[in-house]
Design a protein around this ligand. Structure first.
Ligand SMILES: [Fe+2]
Length: 411
């Protein structure tokens, strides 16, 4: 242990290594991955107890013809389509969720099938909860606050079966127990996290990402990269997620650029990026996500783009916190094939430099000012990042001044 502001030293113990006092890891979603799976969607839905499924998607995906093919696969398997809700916008909201749930109820559905990117999947997850338990999307907010048996002390009550077909490789929402939509009234991202939100099944078929535009493949791929890196260095790190993050990074290293450069022609890269995104997703994140959430909430910056911009700045900041953290970034460098520079702040510099280059090469912006964030917006962004629960999981505790510096650096 060396370094004058080593967080481990300050707490009298190593915080980023050893056997922890406590951790919890859950991964409750069945995953099927492979080729030509869309035609067996109905067969798989049947195995999850679905009879009349409510299909949630957006208009862009519907226009590609993908939804028609999934619908045919549903009915082939003897499951009815109760209706299609294609009204999910790029940045979904509590209002959309409530409408989706109400229409599903009117249509007499008994299960949900989400075909889309993160916004569609998260809308379907929260709508399923509203559909099952009643109330409104805004009332669902919170961590581990969904209805439970025995006066809220017992098992969490299940929601209607939910099957997810991701059409982007990034958010990992198809295998996570978290969901997030904007609350337009309070102008914040409403976050929900609880065990029943694990979808019953995720279908990872590269056919579903074949028409993904390169810019979106790049942005969502960088979201997966951010999940893998942030969860690996989070104070809430655990060995299960470490293993997932490392394999995700290896897959991203060899497939992200291919999937962006020649998406339609490279099925292998698209398939591997779907797997990488599902491996990387975690609820244990940090300051990059805490900064990116208000960028989305206040200025509509796409989530993956915000992460791609903010991540290198947070890495440099964190790596200065001591050897515990820098050692973890060295593992990340190794998985990505980046020269780490040895120890301490140099590791952060090298990794951050590599990521900025990668982001540029993918054709994404590297500054917040390029995506509509004005300098005068910084105080509100700082407030948003400070108020985000993920800040508490960052390996170096950021102060308001730190966040101001980070946002200025990213501007
Ligand atoms: Fe994310």
């Amino acid at each position: 242990m060396t370094g004058s502001f080593d967080v481990g030293e300050a707490f009298g113990a190593r915080r980023m290594a050893g056997f922890k006092d406590f951790f919890q890891h859950a991964s409750a979603t069945r995953v099927v991955a492979g080729r030509d799976l869309l035609s067996s969607t109905g067969f798989e839905l049947g195995k999850e107890g679905a009879h009349r499924v409510w299909l949630v998607t957006d208009k862009v995906i519907r226009e590609t013809g993908l939804v028609d093919r999934v619908e045919a696969g549903v009915t082939d398997g003897g499951v009815e389509v109760a209706g299609v809700f294609d009204d999910v916008p790029q940045d979904s909201s509590t209002e959309v969720v409530d409408r989706c749930a109400a229409e599903a109820r009117e249509a007499g559905a008994d299960a949900f099938l989400a075909v889309g990117g993160g916004s569609v999947l998260d809308t379907a997850k929260i709508a399923d909860s509203v559909f099952t338990h009643g109330g409104t999307a805004a009332e669902q907010e919170g961590f581990f606050l969904m209805p439970r048996a025995d006066d809220e002390m017992g098992v969490p009550l299940p929601i209607a079966p939910l099957v997810c077909v991701p059409t982007t490789a990034g958010t990992g929402s198809e295998v996570s127990m978290g969901a997030l939509v904007k609350d337009p009234v309070r102008k914040v991202k409403l976050e929900i996290c609880d065990f029943p939100l694990f979808p019953r099944l995720a279908i990872l078929d590269p056919e579903a990402t074949r028409t993904l535009p390169p810019k979106i493949a790049a942005a969502t791929g960088m979201d997966a990269m951010t999940h893998a890196i942030e969860s690996y260095v989070s104070l809430e790190w655990n060995p299960f997620q470490e293993a997932r993050s490392m394999q995700a990074l290896r897959l991203i290293r060899s497939n992200l650029e291919r999937a962006v450069d020649d998406g339609p022609g490279d099925e292998e890269a698209r398939g591997n990026m779907l797997v990488a995104a599902s491996l990387a997703i975690a609820i244990e994140l940090g300051s990059t996500h805490a900064m990116s959430h208000p960028c989305g909430g206040l200025y509509g910056v796409p989530h993956g783009v915000a992460n791609a911009i903010n991540l290198p700045h947070v890495i440099r900041f964190n790596a200065e916190a001591g050897d515990d953290v820098a050692d973890r970034y060295r593992d990340v460098c190794e998985a990505l094939g980046v020269e780490s520079g040895g120890s301490g702040a140099a590791v952060g510099d090298n990794l951050a430099g590599h990521l900025t280059q990668l982001v540029e090469g993918l054709g994404l912006p590297t500054r917040l000012s390029e995506v509509g964030v004005p300098e005068e917006g910084i105080p509100a962004l700082v407030e948003g990042a400070m108020g985000d629960g993920l800040s508490l999981m960052n390996p170096r505790e950021p102060s308001e001044e730190d966040y101001e510096r980070l946002f200025r650096g990213a501007l």
